[in-house]
Design a protein around this ligand. Structure first.
Ligand SMILES: [Ca+2]
Length: 344
């Protein structure tokens, strides 16, 4: 075989490919390691592993994963930072013989090294997202406003939300801008409305006017797991979601998110009363907003790992947002179990 310029390119490409594959396995390992740490270690991991989806490598403590660290404290030891991590970022429990520090959802990533790849692992509560099965006729404006903030035309947003209601409700009566069987059966590839709850967020792409581009722009902020209501965990949410709640402006959402960043998670919804008061939301106004807010975590957590140390980072074509490996884990009697994997 002659060593031409093309061969070099081919070798370079295969190196990049190998790094990408290596990162991919490292990120999978990091996610499974996190699942183990959330479950308190021990035998729960092997029981929770769908081998066919994850590959054959089972990651355990002391195996290929080394150097697990608590969340980074890169805020230079400001007063309040310690308090924020204490009692929230890590929960100490005793299993009788040794103390196991459980990993719990946290605004800061955990760090873990898998093989020679450093990974950041984010644990995110699903109650911080908008639950597709929580949308109803009374709170539909929240989702319409949210879609608007994502750059979706208001009429399209209205059509999408009405069609979501039709998709889920058991009847065949079309909402003003919605769609039932008659609409979907007229498509080149006809199908019927589900008339039942969303089973996955991807199912949203079957709903009238939801394009892959629209889905891509909102997929990290929607869920079908957790509590089937629009009650957002303020400690794990985005500016776009918070400011979609009637009565909460972009400015207030910014102030709330900075407050949590500086002072730590909100412990009681009532604690928001004073904060919002200082921002001009007084008396009855707070009572109207309150049902949309919670500090309760759901039983579902997104575990997302992103490789941070590999050379591939500099070669990465896509945005870091697209880069990573995620699973959704649901709490069970013993530990957590994988309920969804992205990419599969
Ligand atoms: Ca229906």
């Amino acid at each position: 075989m002659s060593f031409s310029k093309d061969t070099k390119i081919s070798i370079l490409l295969s190196t990049v490919h190998a790094e990408r594959v290596g990162d991919s396995y490292a990120m999978r390992g990091a996610v499974l390691y996190a699942l183990n740490r959330m479950s308190g270690g021990g035998d729960t991991l092997s029981g929770a592993l769908p081998q066919n989806q994850i590959g054959s490598k089972v990651v355990g403590e002391g195996d290929v994963v080394t150097g697990a660290e608590p969340p980074k404290d890169d805020e230079k030891k400001q007063p309040g930072v310690t308090e924020r991590t204490a009692g929230y970022s890590e929960t100490k429990e005793s299993d009788g013989t040794e103390e196991v520090v459980l990993w719990v959802p946290n605004r800061e990533p955990y760090s873990v090294k898998v093989g020679n790849v450093d990974c950041d692992v984010y644990l995110y509560d699903e109650n911080g997202k908008l639950n597709l099965n929580g949308v109803n006729s009374d709170n539909r404006e929240v989702f319409v406003t949210f879609l608007g903030k994502k750059g979706i035309d208001v009429l399209d947003a209205d059509t999408i939300v009405d069609s979501m209601l039709d998709w889920v409700d058991p009847d065949d009566l079309t909402h003003i801008n919605g769609a039932e069987d008659k609409y979907y059966e007229s498509l080149p590839e006809p199908y019927k409305t589900k008339d039942a709850s969303f089973s996955s967020i991807e199912e949203l792409m079957l709903v009238r006017d939801v394009t892959p581009e629209i889905f891509e722009s909102i997929r990290d902020e929607i869920t079908v797991y957790g509590d089937n209501q629009i009650a957002i965990n303020v400690n794990f949410t985005s500016k776009e979601i918070i400011s979609s709640i009637p009565g909460l402006s972009d400015g207030i959402a910014d102030d709330l998110i900075s407050y949590i960043g500086e002072s730590g998670p909100i412990k009681e919804v009532d604690d928001l009363r004073d904060l919002f008061w200082s921002l001009g939301i007084i008396g009855d106004s707070f009572e109207k907003i309150r049902p949309y807010l919670t500090v309760d975590q759901s039983s579902f957590v997104t575990i997302r790992a992103i490789a941070t140390s590999s050379n591939q980072r500099t070669n990465n074509q896509g945005s870091s947002n697209d880069y990573g490996y995620r699973i959704i884990a649901g709490k069970r009697d013993v530990g957590f179990e994988i309920v969804a994997v992205f990419p599969e």
